[in-house]
Design a protein around this ligand. Structure first.
Ligand SMILES: [Fe+2]
Length: 197
């Protein structure tokens, strides 16, 4: 019998991961505890370096690139390999959907915030820093639907990692971007069908 290709073995491992994640969240729901368990499973997959050779994933010239690994049909989960180049940063934002990351190589700093205003004034928002994680080889992070983070690749190596979201990135709800220096926020349009928003 011919040996399975790296791509086949990667596809099998990704399918197995999502099967395990569904087994966790369908019984217990999305909670900090189940997101933590999901993060550990994603980190275990990220440690299997033989499944993610750099030659299989084109790097961006600058900024970042997201390669779909397994995007479920029927508005299911989205699993991606992300490559963020040195210096790539993102201002504080919340995705409106849970997210789990795990590093393959390189280092990306995530700073977490909590919102401190009551949201009653459109366009205005204040946030306060509450923690930090460096996502690196075998180390992950997890966020609930409305957790806020900013990101920055640190060091001179690209940050390559796995990212799992509660929806595919093409079906994201509104993402809210925060501008703490100005006490303001702006929301991008939802990519979800109005009936499903
Ligand atoms: Fe993000």
């Amino acid at each position: 019998m011919p040996k399975a290709s790296v791509a086949d073995r990667r596809a099998q491992a990704c399918a197995r991961l999502l099967h395990q994640v569904h087994a966790i969240i369908e019984i217990e729901g999305i909670t900090p505890s189940t997101l933590h368990a999901t993060k550990l499973k994603l980190a275990a997959l990220a440690k299997r370096l033989e499944l993610f050779p750099v030659t299989d994933f084109a790097a961006p010239v600058a900024q970042g690139r997201t390669h779909p690994l397994l995007v479920e049909e029927n508005d299911g989960l989205g699993l991606y390999l992300t490559i963020n180049m040195p210096g790539k940063e993102a201002a504080p934002h919340d995705h409106g959907i849970w997210c789990v990351n795990a590093g393959i190589s390189g280092r990306e700093r995530h700073i977490f915030y909590r919102r401190t205003d009551d949201g009653s004034q459109p366009g205005l928002a204040s946030i306060e820093r509450i923690g930090e994680v460096i996502v690196s080889a075998g180390v992950g992070m997890a966020m609930s639907d409305h957790d806020i983070h900013d990101t920055e690749v640190v060091g001179m190596e690209p940050a390559i990692g796995l990212a799992l979201y509660g929806y595919s990135v093409t079906r994201f709800p509104s993402v809210v971007w925060y501008h703490p220096a100005f006490g303001s926020a702006r929301a991008t349009p939802s990519r979800r069908h109005p009936a499903m928003a």
